[in-house]
Design a protein around this ligand. Structure first.
Ligand code: RAM
Length: 555
């Protein structure tokens, strides 16, 4: 069962339990929900005022390719140039050709337009095509039906279109994300016809030129940087989307990492501002943030979708945003949101340890890894978020409002060491079984619960332990690299960035993937790998590392 499935099952229960929690919350932080209600409209307006302009570029297919089954290739398929000139698509009969795969040569997000005309005799009947758009070669070569996936089948990008009269120019209404498009002729009559034009209008809100890398940068890192920049650009639309193919929406965890990468690249701070306001405006009645929100038809939250780790990362994202921009108005406006998330999370502490038993109505993301015991990670992340949020309080001169936070931090770190740190073996353990995972070490390091020296010992241990529970997604690898740097393990951070993100590049990635487990090409949190997103926001962070830590990565 995936995390999302579990979540769905929990929703009913959560509704019941939320009602019983409300009095406790109000008693602890009574003024905040009222302030939220009055601010909602103003915050929505600020989100709207910061709507970015999308830039548009037009792209034509670069070549005609064919799929080749190859056990050595990622997911068993690769594309090969057909050798046919692309112009033949526009001059030869498509009735004779029947099917073609076109390669745009790069990942694109936007709108597909085509024009078909008859060749000589007029059309006496409709013609019908199926268009399948794919980010990856195997996506075009895996039957979609019967569909075994856990998310809507409609996210898969296949569209059947009938043209009633020719010539006709048509733009498919759905926005697409792809590098390849396969066109299949499903029905025709006796007349001949051809494609006269194919155009892809790509859209993004990432427009600013990015500072080039030092020319001495290792070419593998330079390539990773390029792929990371494309990934981020594709996900930067009118919000920071998680993935332009799926789910095409704003999630807090993705926003945090995208905004970090944006600060070191495109610097579209207006987009970050918009997302921060949007999430705040759409918090629930108690001021608790929803993990994800929609923009259309009008801004709406995905109700009951709460992730405690994501809510806490909001404050971290706001702190980073403020440090990057000095935009005091936004930081002041949204400060109560941060206080609210911390206040809410703290009601779930028992003896200064996050109480997993009391977690009825939400899930913890952390990674696409079902086996991961999340207790130590959650305790660490909460401590980290409290620390970062307190930094924001200091920067805004608001420490007095949260004067108990430093003591709370101390107490949490102390309790963590007692509860999770196996000092004799120098490693963090989580859960009843004492699971050793990379992420448990990572979050105890980022929360400064372990000293850098202890962190180094713990990370060396897990990195060399093949039985340790290792990360399953680039999202989790991001925090692992951060922790390695925090402990002064610069060479290991560099090597890991090259081996993990470079592994995707070697496997043909034009953009970085939502899920990548070097041991399992077909891993999917949704039970069907074609529904994975292969251009995913949370995977773009090499951009942040490479540009921020120049001495580690640009040499
Ligand atoms: C997935 C999204 C996103 C992630 C959430 C938790 O469905 O694609 O990246 O933040 O789940």
């Amino acid at each position: 069962m995936t995390a999302l499935h579990k979540l769905t099952c929990k929703v009913a229960l959560s509704l019941l339990l939320c009602a019983s929690l409300t009095p406790q919350l109000q008693a602890q932080d009574a003024s905040t929900p009222i302030a939220f209600a009055t601010q909602r409209e103003a915050w929505l307006q600020k989100a709207a005022a910061n709507m970015p302009q999308l830039s548009e570029t037009h792209h034509a297919p670069q070549q005609i390719v064919r799929s080749v089954q190859d056990p050595q290739a990622f997911q068993g398929w690769r594309m090969e140039a057909s050798g046919e000139p692309i112009d033949s698509l526009y001059t030869q009969s498509f009735k004779a050709r029947k099917t073609v795969i076109l390669d745009f040569g790069e990942h694109l997000t936007g709108y597909f337009t085509f024009r078909v005309n008859h060749m000589g005799l007029p059309a006496d009947a409709p013609i019908r095509f199926r268009f399948t758009f794919a980010e990856m070669p195997a996506e075009l070569n895996t039957p979609f039906d019967p569909y075994p996936g856990g998310l809507s089948r409609a996210w898969l990008q296949d569209e059947i279109v009938s043209l009633m009269r020719l010539p006709e120019t048509l733009t498919l209404s759905r926005r697409l994300a792809c590098r390849y498009v396969k066109i299949e002729l499903l029905a025709q009559s006796y007349f001949d016809f051809t494609f006269e034009k194919i155009d892809f209008k790509a859209v993004t809100s990432a427009t600013q030129r990015v500072e080039p890398l030092d020319p001495s940068t290792d070419p593998r890192i330079a390539r990773i940087n390029d792929v990371g920049l494309t990934t981020l650009k594709e996900c930067m639309q009118t919000v920071y989307e998680d993935g332009p193919k799926r789910d095409q929406r704003l999630w807090i965890g993705d926003l945090y990492l995208e905004s970090l990468a944006n600060t070191y690249s495109y610097q579209n701070h207006q987009l970050t501002r918009r997302c921060l306001y949007l999430l705040a405006a759409l918090a629930d009645e108690e001021g608790w943030l929803h993990a994800t929100v929609y923009e259309y038809p009008t801004p709406l939250p995905q109700t009951h979708q709460h992730c405690m780790d994501y809510s806490l990362l909001y404050g971290v994202a706001l702190n980073e945003y403020y440090k990057a921009t000095g935009d005091r108005e936004t930081a002041e406006d949204l400060w109560p949101v941060v206080v609210r998330q911390i206040g809410f999370a703290r009601t779930y502490l028992k003896d200064d340890i996050y109480d997993m038993q009391k977690q009825p109505s939400w899930w913890l993301v952390f990674d696409w890894k079902d086996q991961l015991d999340r207790h130590a990670s959650m305790q660490g992340l909460m401590t980290f978020a409290l620390d970062q949020s307190y930094e924001l309080a200091r920067l805004l001169g608001r420490e007095k409002e949260v004067s108990e936070w430093p003591n709370a931090l101390k107490a949490m770190r102390k309790a963590s060491r007692k509860c999770f740190y196996d000092a004799r073996n120098g490693v963090v353990r989580s859960g009843a079984e004492g699971q050793i995972s990379h992420l448990s070490q990572v979050w105890m390091i980022l929360s400064k619960t372990l000293t850098p020296k202890e962190g180094q010992r713990a990370l060396e241990l897990v990195l060399s332990d093949s039985t340790a529970c290792y990360p399953g997604s680039p999202y989790a690898y991001h925090y692992l690299i951060e922790a390695l740097i925090e402990c002064g393990m610069d060479d290991q951070a560099r090597e890991l960035l090259i081996s993990y993100w470079g592994g995707m590049v070697e496997n043909g990635a034009d953009t970085f993937w939502e899920v990548y487990d070097p041991k399992d090409d077909f891993k999917s949190p949704y039970n069907f790998f074609p529904i994975n997103s292969y251009c995913h926001a949370w995977s773009c962070t090499p951009v942040y590392f490479i540009h921020k830590y120049k001495s580690i990565f640009q040499r």
